[in-house]
Design a protein around this ligand. Structure first.
Ligand code: FE
Length: 234
């Protein structure tokens, strides 16, 4: 499998390019609008055919490239069925299998950071990987204080779903602010300070106490992303 972890410096977003080296079918997870020329160049350089572009959730900190990629390259654009976004080609639901060539992503509904948050599981060459969006970050978890965020639901998404994956599963988040690129489920279970809680009540109290400022782009990004990045005045 072809795998590239791409970084948008402005929003500290990781975008993942995955492709089947035989069929050349490719998928982009969480593409950022400003990086569209770079994605097109990389797809051309590697002779890849983009078949799908997915967002793990409606982002508040950058504008998605989903609409522009669909228009430029004819790929399917997809968000979760809970996103309420109607500009995408299709929505996905919990457990849905999203194929590209010989590989597939399995959608896992993991609400909490937002009510439309998903993770994507992938098995490739004997290695399990999970693209965790903002549900599970490296040594952190996505905030739960806006966009219908809910710390109790996030606790269940983390402890009953993500953390029950095999420990060696590699974790690839949607952001990192320190330059860390990957982790594993076992490593996060052992070392992630947000996960060292006795139960749901303690997790909710921890998240409630964070008191974070709103993301700089929130007022622009959320409405823009609800129109797939193609009308920022929506
Ligand atoms: Fe987010």
């Amino acid at each position: 499998m072809i795998f590239r972890q791409l970084f948008d410096q402005t929003s500290s977003t990781y975008t993942y390019l995955l492709a089947d080296e035989l069929s050349r079918e490719a998928v982009l997870i969480d593409p950022v609008q400003e990086q569209l020329p770079a994605y097109r160049q990389l797809l051309a350089d590697l002779s890849l055919n983009l078949v799908m572009a997915l967002d793990t959730h409606v982002h508040a900190d950058h504008i998605t490239a989903l609409g522009d990629l669909r228009e430029a390259l004819g790929c399917r654009s997809m968000m979760g069925e809970q996103s309420g976004v109607d500009c995408v080609s299709e929505t996905f639901a919990d457990g849905q299998v999203l194929r590209f060539g010989r590989y597939h992503l399995q959608a896992m509904y993991t609400p909490g950071h937002t009510d439309d948050s998903y993770c994507f599981l992938l098995q490739a060459n004997g290695q399990a990987m999970v693209f965790t969006g903002d549900t599970l970050l490296i040594r952190g978890t996505g905030r739960t204080d806006f966009q219908n965020g809910d710390a109790a639901r996030q606790y269940h998404s983390l402890f009953e779903r993500l953390l029950t994956l095999p420990g060696e599963t590699r974790v690839y988040p949607a952001h990192d602010y320190k330059g860390w690129t990957a982790s594993t489920i076992a490593e996060e279970k052992a070392c992630n300070p947000r996960l060292q809680v006795a139960g749901q009540a303690e997790y909710v109290a921890l998240m409630d106490a964070l008191d974070l400022p709103d993301p700089k782009m929130m007022d622009v990004a959320v409405p823009a992303n609800q129109s797939c990045g193609q009308d920022s005045t929506a």
